[in-house]
Design a protein around this ligand. Structure first.
Ligand code: ZN
Length: 272
């Protein structure tokens, strides 16, 4: 009898011992089900290489402004040649060459119209990252030379800042919350425009022998309403034979492209 009881107790203990871990394992599973579970992590998959994005032009918008137009002929040369026609042809040449290098280019006019100063500026002011370049042909000056101008604010006429020997530390002007008077839009950009004009002038001096080494400050009304870096380039002069003037489009676009890429390295075609 005692042996039978002992056997029964031993059997009971064996059953409990066998059932215990299974019971706790189930309870543990229920507990876990009540806890917030981390999201299942998908197994990493090897993605096929994404196709190369289409070449989207980036960098600044270069706004070329052929000066004058319509009844405003600008300088007049022999045989009735007009500055307005020469600068339009030059701008078209420069646009084509810059576009082939990957730059985005707009023109303030592409016909014999004469947009207002504000309309010309508006083409650049509609873009957040624009560079405005007005093109002129002078009636005087050493033939075959070229000058870059930046707008000199009238009140600063007697206080022209010393020419910087190194680039300004802050190229982007600080935005202001105050309303900008339309014909003072260039005022916050004078420093960067001066810097851009100097960089373009360095290139002009290399491409147009006899040109000055540094840019020139002058009151340029065309630039005054432009809210971005803005320069005017003037080629001398209207008496230069037509073929030679027309041929200056190549060196002019080379100087502009080099000057802009030095001014804004991320705009350089090779950096995109
Ligand atoms: Zn002009």
């Amino acid at each position: 009898m005692l042996g039978a009881v002992r056997n029964s107790v031993a059997f009971l203990l064996l059953v409990v011992a066998l059932a215990w871990p299974a019971s706790w394992a189930r309870r543990a599973r229920w507990l876990l089900q009540d806890l917030p579970q981390p999201p299942a992590q998908p197994a990493p998959q090897v993605q096929p290489a994404a196709p190369a994005p289409a070449a989207i032009p980036s960098g600044p918008v270069i706004v070329l402004d052929p000066a004058h137009g319509g009844t405003d002929t600008g300088a007049r040369g022999e045989g009735g040649r007009a500055e307005k026609d020469i600068v339009l042809a030059l701008a078209r040449t420069v646009r084509g060459r810059l576009e082939r290098q990957g730059y985005r280019v707009l023109m303030t006019r592409d016909d014999d119209s004469n947009p207002s100063y504000d309309d010309r500026a508006g083409v650049a002011d509609a873009h957040r990252d624009a560079i405005f370049i007005s093109l002129h042909v002078a009636s005087t000056g050493l033939p075959g030379t070229a000058r870059a101008y930046w707008d000199q604010w009238p009140s600063a006429a007697r206080q022209q800042p010393a020419r910087p020997t190194s680039p300004p530390k802050r190229l982007a002007p600080q935005p202001t919350n105050t309303l900008v008077v339309w014909d003072q839009a260039q005022r916050p950009y004078l420093e960067v425009s001066h810097h851009l004009a100097d960089l373009i002038q360095i290139q002009l001096a290399q491409n147009f022998s006899g040109s000055p080494a540094a840019s020139t400050a002058a009151a340029v009304r065309t630039l005054r309403s432009v809210a971005c870096p803005a320069v005017a380039i003037e080629i001398s002069n209207i008496s230069v034979p037509p073929d030679a003037l027309a041929g200056s489009g190549g060196p002019l676009s080379a100087a502009i492209a080099s000057g802009i890429s030095a001014f804004q390295p991320s705009a350089a075609v090779g950096a995109r």
